[in-house]
Write a protein that binds this ligand. Structure first.
Ligand SMILES: Cc1cc2nc3c(=O)[nH]c(=O)nc-3n(C[C@H](O)[C@H](O)[C@H](O)COP(=O)(O)O)c2cc1C
Length: 359
């Protein structure tokens, strides 16, 4: 039996099929204040009409110090709620569901988007755009509250769920990574100390949104860097997630764009984080979402029927064609036309994400 077009739940949220749009930074907000533009609303409506079961917004910045890049959408102030609500209402009117991915960029924020970057510990590396300074204990408390307030705003704006971004080398994953977090106080040290920030964020968010509201996470289970978080340790973090009050886990890995692999030319290159999911599955019975190189119906069906994942999550195939889920369902196509060259990032202002590959 085909599982791809059967419903399943994340917490209390029933999703009509197993296809999720993985968070994808749209760069369709006003650069000065993060207010979404019409283009963002139109894109989300297109995704809803295209048959995606659950859309996850591109990452939304929870505090001005965590704006990752130009034209990122904001959720850092109550003034943003009405414009976000307008977009969410449009998705609901089109029959879709949408979750808000909330994030703080930490050390990876763009030079032009913040006034200096912060991280759990001071860090200066070639892969960073600028050196980051160590956060004070007071700043840690402020940002825990900022995550909680952002989640509350998401709920007030009508989002169907919140996803915490704890992957790709952004702030939450920086705390968990032994490569980045060298703190010797209660916010660092062993795995209990390094996961404390996540635990406190999850606790504070739950306090604001209540026990029934769907709350899940995108988790970078390994850094893929010497001295960084290993898959074995990452699996231990997954084991803690149910107790943290989370309802589901999307598994990713790598720092920055290393999570977005190029050249998915054959079925054997698809589902490239599947080994991580197989480790995670041994540690939790929470719904698991696989992301990374999901391209063909056959691979999606096989991953679901094996039990390795409950949902499949797609980014680039839906930039290539927001109607892809409908085409898969009708049998018009068996595979995405996306060639995974990653030529879809927004590079100039007013450009937004767009498929620019010669297909
Ligand atoms: C243009 C672009 C923007 C992205 N923005 C985000 C983001 O805001 N949050 C996030 O968690 N991942 C982001 N990602 C990563 C994707 O969600 C996904 O994990 C990755 O692209 C692998 O999936 P795919 O092979 O289906 O593209 C982005 C990827 C692309 C290509």
């Amino acid at each position: 039996m085909s599982l791809l077009f059967t419903p399943a739940k994340i917490g209390n949220l029933e999703i009509p099929n197993r296809i999720i749009r993985s968070a994808t930074a749209e760069c369709m907000a006003d650069d000065s204040d993060g207010v979404p533009k019409e283009a963002l609303k139109s894109l989300w409506v297109e995704l809803a009409k295209g048959g995606t079961g659950l859309i996850i917004s591109g990452h939304l910045y929870i505090h001005p110090s965590g704006k990752g890049h130009p034209e990122m959408t904001g959720i850092y102030a109550d003034e943003l709620i009405p414009s976000l609500k307008e977009c969410v209402d449009a998705v609901h009117n089109a029959g879709g569901l949408i979750a808000a991915q909330i994030n703080h960029g930490g050390m990876q924020c763009a030079v032009e988007s913040v006034n200096g970057t912060i991280a759990p510990s001071a860090i200066d590396e070639d892969f960073l755009k600028q050196p980051a300074r160590e956060m004070s204990r007071d700043e840690i408390e402020v940002l825990i509250d900022a995550f909680a307030q952002a989640a509350r705003r998401a709920k007030e704006a009508g989002f169907d769920a919140v996803q915490l971004h704890a992957a790709h080398g952004y702030l939450v994953s920086q705390f968990i990574s032994p490569y980045v977090n060298k703190r010797t106080d209660e916010w660092g040290g062993d795995l209990q100390g390094r996961t404390r920030f996540l635990r406190e964020v999850a606790r504070a968010v739950r306090e604001r949104v209540g026990d029934d509201y769907p709350l899940f996470i995108k988790f970078g289970m390994e850094d893929g860097k010497e001295g960084g978080l290993t898959a074995t340790e990452g699996a231990e973090v997954v084991a803690m997630m149910k107790e943290m009050g989370l309802d589901g886990v999307e598994i990713s890995g790598g720092v920055g764009k290393s999570s977005v692999r190029k050249g998915i030319k054959s079925a054997s290159r698809e589902a490239y984080f599947r080994p991580l999911l197989q480790l995670a599955r041994k540690k939790t019975n929470l719904p698991l979402i696989i992301v990374g190189g999901m391209r063909s119906k056959a691979v999606m069906e096989e991953v679901l029927s094996s039990g390795d994942a409950d949902f499949v999550s797609l980014s680039r195939p839906l930039i290539n064609d927001p109607n892809f889920p409908n085409l898969l369902k009708s049998g018009e196509v068996e595979k995405s036309a996306c060639i995974s060259s990653s030529n879809c990032w927004a590079e100039n202002l007013n450009e937004g994400i767009a498929c620019k590959c010669p297909i």
